[in-house]
Ligand binder design. Structure first.
Ligand code: CXF
Ligand code: ZN
Length: 361
């Protein structure tokens, strides 16, 4: 199969021939139809997060099951599926209490002595066991969620990461209440989903903070009632002004120490700041000691605290009902061969989301 291989950090990916093993017990082989181009992939490309090279990135993916290994009962060949980037065990304490996103014992990556993917006989790793920037994926089947026939797979792919991450941060992690005020730092793929989910949850005031005017304009289309250009104004001062002291809920959707600290400062008395972005692993956050006095909450949100088999179908239904706008999230489509251009555009802040069209439906 053809795959985009990242050979080392800070290098363009190369489109190479990669061999795929047959699925073993618990795995499925999926023909990839669409894969979203996410900022988290960029962190691995830029070397901010470590990984095993060579590797195939891509974790926002949908496709069609082609073959299943022994013991797989939740999907069958022909099923249209989202490939979740966590493949929960289903039995650990966190899975048992309905928190599979933080499963303690997620499905194993294949070992390098028994690799699922090889290039000229050498193992190639796959991001989050998905490795979606390729014509096929071998992935543990517990991560797969079925997609109804009337939803296109490029839309379903987005539900594999950005939509679930944003929607879940609002609905599951923060549990935003009707009438509340919300500030969102970063109006990219995840931020826009936080904004539209906050609107759906009945937030009264939704303030989008970004440094790009075109992203703020899109934020308004997704439900932001106010926008703050952090290039022009101090976002903490502005959000406090607009909310009379600080927002009830704030969300950091960029992945930087400075914006995470801003999110905390923008939350008012009794408020909650939710960190959604992928902050570099070596960074430490500094927060004011008055957290106790003002009863503030600082919370992390991973994969929208989602229960995948419940939330993903629910999100797809909200989309079908016109309550979540997923069509307008896709700014561009690229073929796999133009993957490096797609990442250049993301890095330059030109797009909120592009989708690679890898296979046909
Ligand atoms: C990331 C989180 C870390 C692994 C890859 C996906 N989340 C969203 O982009
Ligand atoms: Zn992602």
């Amino acid at each position: 199969m053809k795959a985009a291989v990242l050979n080392e950090a800070n290098q363009p990916m190369t489109i190479d021939e990669v061999d795929l093993d047959a699925p073993v017990a618990g795995e499925a082989k999926v023909r990839v139809v669409a894969a979203g181009v996410c900022h988290s992939d960029l962190h691995f490309i830029d070397g901010v997060y470590p990984t095993r090279f060579p590797t195939i990135l891509g974790h926002e993916v949908a496709g069609i099951v082609e073959e299943v290994g022994p013991g797989v009962a939740n999907v069958a060949p022909g099923d249209r599926v989202i490939l979740g980037f966590v493949q929960p065990c289903g039995t650990c304490r966190f899975c048992a209490e309905g928190r599979p996103a933080i499963c303690q014992n997620p499905a194993r990556t294949r070992t390098s002595s028994n690799p699922a993917r090889t290039r000229n006989g050498e193992p190639v790793s796959a991001m989050t066991n998905v490795g979606g920037f390729a014509e096929y994926s071998i992935t543990p089947a517990t991560g797969l969620v079925k997609v109804p026939d009337d939803v296109s797979l490029d839309i379903a792919a987005l539900v594999g990461c950005s939509v679930t991450t944003g929607y879940g941060a609002v609905v599951n992690t923060a549990q935003v209440r009707p009438g509340s005020s919300v500030a969102v730092i970063g109006a990219g793929g995840v931020g826009l989903n936080i904004i539209q989910s906050a609107r759906l949850a009945g937030a009264e005031r939704i303030i989008a903070v970004d440094m790009a005017e075109h992203k703020l304009a899109t934020a308004r289309e997704f439900g932001a009632t106010d926008v703050v250009n952090a290039k022009e104004d101090d976002p903490i001062v502005k959000v406090r002004e607009l909310t009379g002291g600080g927002a009830d809920y704030t969300f950091e959707a960029i992945g930087l120490k400075v914006t995470a600290e801003q999110a905390y400062e923008m939350a008012g008395r009794g408020g909650t700041a939710v960190i959604v972005g992928m902050i570099p692993p070596t960074d430490q956050l500094t927060i004011a000691s008055s957290i106790w006095l003002q009863e503030k909450t600082l919370k992390g949100s991973f994969y929208g605290s989602a229960r995948f088999q419940l939330d993903m179908p629910r999100i797809l239904n909200l989309y079908r009902q016109g309550k979540l706008n997923l069509d307008a999230l896709v700014s561009r489509r690229y073929p796999l061969a133009e993957i490096n251009e797609a990442f250049d555009a993301l890095r330059a802040g030109e797009v909120s989301r592009s989708v690679l069209t890898i296979g046909s439906e």
